[in-house]
Each structure stands twice: as C-alpha cells, then as structure tokens.
Design a protein around this ligand. Sequence first.
Ligand code: GTP
Ligand code: MG
Length: 195
Amino acid sequence: MVIRSINLETVCGVTSTLPVNGRPEVAFAGKSNVGKSSLINALVNRKSYARTSATPGKTQTINFYNINGEMYLVDLPGYGYARVSEREKEQWGKMIERYLHGSKQLKAVFLLIDIRHEPSANDRLMYEWVVNQGFEPVIIATKLDKIKRSQIQKHVKMLREGLSLVPGTKVIPFSSVTKQGRDEIWEFIESECLE
Ligand code: GTP
Ligand code: MG
C-alpha cells in the first residue's frame, strides 16, 4: 500500500455514535500495551502518528485512521489493564462489542498477542468472542524482536495452542522495531479486505 495520506478522522468515546463512512475498515484488538498503536504507526510509516505509550491503557477510545481516503485502520482500546475500575472495563467491553457487532464495513479483525507470553484468559475470551461475531481473526504475534529467531516456531505453537486457534488461522509474527511482518499484513489487507 502506498500511503498518500493519513488522517485521524474519528475518535469514539464510550457514548459516541459510531461513524458510517462507507469505506472498508480493519480493526486491531489486543490487550493493553501489546503494541496496537505501534503497529498502526508501522503500517503507515510514521513514528508516532498513533499515540503509543509505555504506560498501558493509552488508547481508551476507538480511533479511525483514514488511509488515502480509501479505507480505515481502527485502533481499539486495549483490554486487561488492571489499574482501571470495573465500571470502566465494562464500558470498554461494551464499546468494543458495539463496534464489532454494529459495523457494516468491518472486513477483518486482527488480534494482537505478545509473542513472548502464553495467551491470557482475556486473550482467549477476546478470540472466542471475535469468532462468535462471525470473523476469522488473523493473529499478529507482536514484539517479535524480543525473542531469538530460533524460538519463533515454538512461540507461535504456544499461541496456537493457548488460544485453541481454528486450524488454518493465519498467524503473522511482527515487530514494530524491525518492521518484520509489515508487508504480509498489508498484503492480507489488500487482498482480503479491499476490492
Ligand atoms: P494501549 O493503547 O494501552 O492499548 O497499548 P497499545 O497496544 O497501543 O501499545 P503501544 O503501541 O502503545 O505499545 C506499548 C509499548 O510497547 C510501547 O512502549 C512500545 O514502544 C512497545 N512496543 C510496541 N510494539 C513493539 C515491538 O514490536 N517491539 C518492541 N520491542 N516494543 C514494542
Ligand atoms: Mg494504543
């Protein structure tokens, strides 16, 4: 994808009305701090267009990034951040649910999982839930630069088993530091989500 323009067009809070824009959308879900905003920056070749942070819970809204006036990359709020109230967690959950359930233009959901760790109970719930909404999520195994090359297969297997992935589910190892995996993600978006 040649990026000609990028624009954070809509920011949705808990009570905002979701935009109806008529263009294809792809969404990025995953626990807080897993690297969703960093991935979006890598996809659009910017250092810090989407705000990232070492502090989990940075993205608390649904952010719609308009790419070339053609499509949207959608940054979802991270789940599983311990230091927020139960009420806030519930609100985020409802907001994400409303979006996944309600968007007419959502073509694919990418679920980001840290390649280093066993998927958490929240990761498993999120995966099942996305599947139950009728999507075949693509797993992006993030922070690939943090493990040795020789460990990649073992860790991918750990993710497949930990999430009980449907056989054939695509897993793309990715690093926002080295940009490894970036082209494969764009290839998937271009071939499966855009006509
Ligand atoms: P929330 O907005 O809180 O849900 O987090 P997020 O999923 O958007 O994570 P974010 O992109 O803000 O990244 C969190 C931290 O992980 C930051 O300090 C990033 O620099 C770091 N990080 C993200 N991706 C990678 C990666 O591929 N490799 C390494 N080494 N660090 C990464
Ligand atoms: Mg973020």
